[in-house]
Design a protein around this ligand. Structure first.
Ligand SMILES: Nc1ncnc2c1ncn2[C@@H]1O[C@H](COP(=O)(O)OP(=O)(O)O)[C@@H](O)[C@H]1O
Ligand SMILES: [Mg+2]
Length: 294
């Protein structure tokens, strides 16, 4: 990833256009022929070949000569380059920082805009092996015969970004969405760590209530259920601020399994605070407060 960041300075706009040509072609097929790359990039043959050779040397594409016609595929660094380039162009970010977290399906970096505001930059890395996560996205994907990892990661970023936007409107302390492109989202950063990494916290009851309050507001007003809530997806800092992250698998309230998933979310939080901090909590009672009309 930092590799992609450094390459941005070296690459010319023609190189990026070739990469975009391959990206477009990958909507239709796994490998894109030179003819198709020319079609999408609108470059003559010699320019196309020159650029292909260059981006191949930089390690941004994969060449497949096993078929009748040679084909190219963009790799994950190439895709990072395109997304970062767009985010820089749009002034969403100016600089990439160090890695701050690794999730089940993503890497998270810190980054900075030109005014030196620091954000978290989440980059989706679902590969062929973790396509089981795609189940979460089934309703959006539909019945596609050719499903590229590019598309899956792009879809994941879009879904999470849109959930963050809906939630942010409620004025709770949830990560402010800053921008997204392709498989990358940029959001507010909380300097802290996940609950699971705290040996002890000062005010467990306060934190517990705050978490329940937030997810209840989100349930009632944004009609969303987190779906993977637990000590791994709640970041907290020393001052007791919390940030519920990781909204990829969120589902709407009218989902057929909504009640089951909501109960599990609440149960997870109750178990954690109950076992570790002896916080008194009754899952059923809390659940009822979600369902009450008021
Ligand atoms: N907005 C953020 N602020 C601070 N740290 C974050 C933020 N978003 C993610 N992280 C860090 O990155 C890790 C992975 O992010 P997460 O959204 O949970 O990814 P995944 O969906 O892959 O589990 C988190 O556990 C956390 O340490
Ligand atoms: Mg996570």
């Amino acid at each position: 990833m930092s590799q992609a960041g450094n390459l941005l300075r070296t690459l010319e706009k023609e190189d990026l256009r070739i990469l975009m040509g391959i990206e477009l072609g990958m909507k239709k097929s796994e490998y894109v022929t030179i003819r198709d790359i020319r079609f999408y990039s609108r470059y003559p043959l010699n320019e196309t070949l020159y650029r292909l050779k260059k981006v191949h040397k930089f390690g941004l594409i994969i060449r497949n000569s096993a078929e009748l016609e040679v084909g190219y595929q963009i790799n994950s660094i190439g895709y990072d380059v395109l997304a970062l380039h767009t985010l820089v162009e749009r002034n969403v970010i100016g600089q990439l920082g160090p890695i701050i977290g690794k999730g089940k399906e993503s890497d998270v970096y810190s980054c900075m805009d030109d005014d030196e505001n620091i954000y978290a930059l989440k980059i989706y890395r679902m590969g062929r092996r973790s396509f089981k996560h795609v189940k979460k996205l089934r309703n959006i994907i539909g019945k596609r015969s050719h499903l590229s990892w590019l598309y899956v990661n792009r879809l994941a970023a879009k879904k999470e970004y849109e959930a963050l936007k809906e939630i942010y409107k409620l004025g709770l302390k949830t990560p402010k969405p800053i921008g997204y492109n392709r498989h990358i989202i940029v959001m507010e950063y909380l300097r802290g760590k996940e609950l699971v990494y705290y040996k002890d916290i000062e005010n467990p009851v306060y934190l517990f209530n705050e978490i329940i309050f937030q997810i209840r507001e989100i349930y009632k007003k944004a009609n969303l259920i987190h779906g993977d809530l637990g000590e791994f997806n709640i970041v907290s800092d020393e001052e007791g601020n919390i940030l519920i992250i990781d909204w990829l698998q969120s589902i709407p309230n009218d989902h057929p399994n909504a009640l089951k998933i909501l109960t599990r979310d609440i149960q997870n939080v109750c178990n954690y605070f109950g076992n570790k901090y002896r916080v008194d909590c009754d899952t059923q009672e809390i659940l009822q407060s979600f369902l009450d009309k008021e």
